[in-house]
Design a binder for this molecule. Structure first.
Ligand code: ATR
Length: 283
């Protein structure tokens, strides 16, 4: 990588950002496409988020991804928000378009693409989402935009499950329910079960958000977590012979969709998968 006075800067703003795979993904794509660009991480403290966003404009940073906990917080400081990002209520991609900061969300589309790539049908399906935070909301909106039959939101804090349920029924016609995690034991007919909680993430790798008795009922299991590659949730899926996915496919697709917003073209997904595999992020 030759950095010179013309090198354009891209990056990730969040807190923390230390374990992100986005620099590896985007810098690989920049090198591959011979783009004179560099992608770095910016660990921004909450009290500095407004200055950080204005800094994008002031310094001519060309684009950033936004991660936890700032996906909602950046919205008031942007000049344009895409319809999808408005619906999700969160921005994960900012493009600096000649000094005009545009906010997009590529999480939802990245998630749906990753299901389609794995041959999972979405239309008419009954899905259960574990969790009711930002990730769960993006997934719930993604499913609502793709004609699922029903969405059930199950969360440890029922009040938050209720809030997401309300959000979905107010914005969409999708059939939606909410429940506690334990009550899922009484649910049948789960086509797709998604873990959108942080349970099972490194270093607490021996935890699952729900009991294996619930996991074994699902026809397809998706864990948004990718570190570890195989959570206990996914190990149970494997034990019962249920098709499953970790969060890497979504991560790669959302990164590609951000790349497309910035450069108007795709990156080479196979190359990215191979690089991640070499680094042992993929089995
Ligand atoms: P994100 O933006 O990644 O979704 P978040 O908004 O902090 O992050 O949401 C984290 C989710 O994981 C929440 O649904 C949270 O449940 P609560 O609403 O009850 O906090 C869920 N979660 C985190 N730790 C959990 C645990 N130990 N057991 C069950 N759910 C947990």
């Amino acid at each position: 990588m030759n950095i010179d006075s013309k090198t354009k800067i891209y990056g990730l703003i969040g807190h923390p950002v230390g374990h992100s795979l986005s620099p590896l993904i985007h810098n690989t794509a920049f090198l591959d496409q011979k783009l004179n660009c560099i992608y770095d991480c910016f660990d921004v403290l909450p009290e500095n988020i407004k200055d950080a966003v204005f800094g994008i404009k002031a310094l001519g940073i060309m684009g950033v991804n936004v991660t936890v906990p700032y996906k909602e917080m950046v919205i008031p400081y942007l000049d344009f928000i895409s319809d999808e990002a408005k619906l999700i209520g969160a921005v994960n991609t900012i493009k600096n378009n000649d000094g005009r900061l545009e906010g997009y969300n590529t999480d939802a589309s990245g998630f749906i693409e990753s299901l389609l790539e794995q041959g999972v049908e979405i239309k008419g399906k009954n899905v259960v989402i574990l969790g009711a935070g930002g990730a769960a909301r993006a997934i719930a909106v993604a499913f609502s935009l793709n004609d699922v039959n029903s969405i059930t939101i199950a969360n440890r804090t029922e009040g938050k499950a209720y809030n997401l349920y309300k959000y979905i029924i107010e914005k969409f016609r999708t059939e939606c329910k909410y429940t506690s995690l334990d009550e899922l034991i009484d649910f049948d007919n789960i086509d797709i079960l998604i873990n959108a909680t942080s349970v099972g993430m490194f270093p607490n790798v021996n935890a699952t958000p729900v009991d294996e008795k619930i996991i074994r009922k699902a026809k397809f299991i998706y864990d948004l977590i990718y570190n570890p590659k195989e959570t206990l949730f996914l190990r149970y899926a494997k034990k019962y012979g249920i098709k499953n996915s970790n969060g890497l496919n979504m991560l790669i697709n959302q990164a590609n969709n951000s790349f497309k917003i910035w450069f108007g073209k795709n990156f080479n997904k196979n190359l990215i998968v191979n690089v991640l595999r070499k680094k042992e992020f993929i089995k």
